[in-house]
Ligand binder design. Structure first.
Ligand code: APR
Length: 168
């Protein structure tokens, strides 16, 4: 069984096979995680993203990591929180399923996730973390090359939420 861990830190400094970007459907960059990853990777990342032509919510696309410590960036687009009655949970789950699937297809062994949708997209952290951990645990129960999944929390408060769920 692969190892799941939660740390507090910056996703852009994680030396793993792939870091996951909390992108938008254009894949042309933004603020938060998206902005930090593009700043860290350099302009070639945007050039490669342009060739992809966007990404629907809930899906994931993989690129090189360029100047980042990570070899790859898996871009996934989380749902915008609108009260929880518009299928947000299912879409958020698909972000984690599709990101893990891309990693396994490429034989990657380590992947780091930020808290998808919990910043600009307003998804409540506790609900999002519950979905993240449950979905990743389920995915790691199936054949996969992934041996390490790291949840990278930007704040100590978010780390507490993840740690409580992981230890629970
Ligand atoms: N490393 C790790 N986590 C980070 C970092 C970082 N460098 N920067 C921000 N975060 C955290 C935020 O605190 C939040 O908990 O990542 C989580 C996701 O926040 P956002 O980056 O705002 O992502 P999201 O809520 O999915 O919104 C995506 O924002 O940046 C735009 O282009 C992006 O339109 C898209 C939207």
């Amino acid at each position: 069984m692969a190892r799941l861990e939660a740390v507090q830190g910056d996703i852009t400094t994680q030396a793993v096979d792939a870091i996951v970007n909390a992108a938008n459907t254009t894949l042309l960059g933004g603020g938060g995680v998206d902005g930090a990853i593009h700043r860290g990777a350099g302009p070639e990342l945007l050039e490669e993203c342009r060739t992809i032509g966007g990404c629907p919510t809930g899906e994931a696309r993989i690129t090189q990591g360029y100047r980042l410590a990570a070899k790859h960036v898996i871009h996934t687009v989380g749902p915008v929180w609108s009260g929880g009655q518009r299928g947000e949970a299912a879409l958020l789950r698909r972000c984690y399923v599709n990101s893990l699937q891309l990693a396994a297809e490429r034989g990657l062994r380590s992947i780091a996730f930020p808290s998808i949708s919990t910043g600009a997209y307003g998804y409540p952290i506790a609900r999002a973390a519950e979905i993240a951990i449950a979905t990743v645990r389920d995915g790691l129960g199936k054949p996969t090359s992934v041996e390490l999944v790291r949840f990278v929390c930007f704040s100590a408060a978010d780390l507490t939420v993840y740690r409580r769920l992981l230890d629970g």
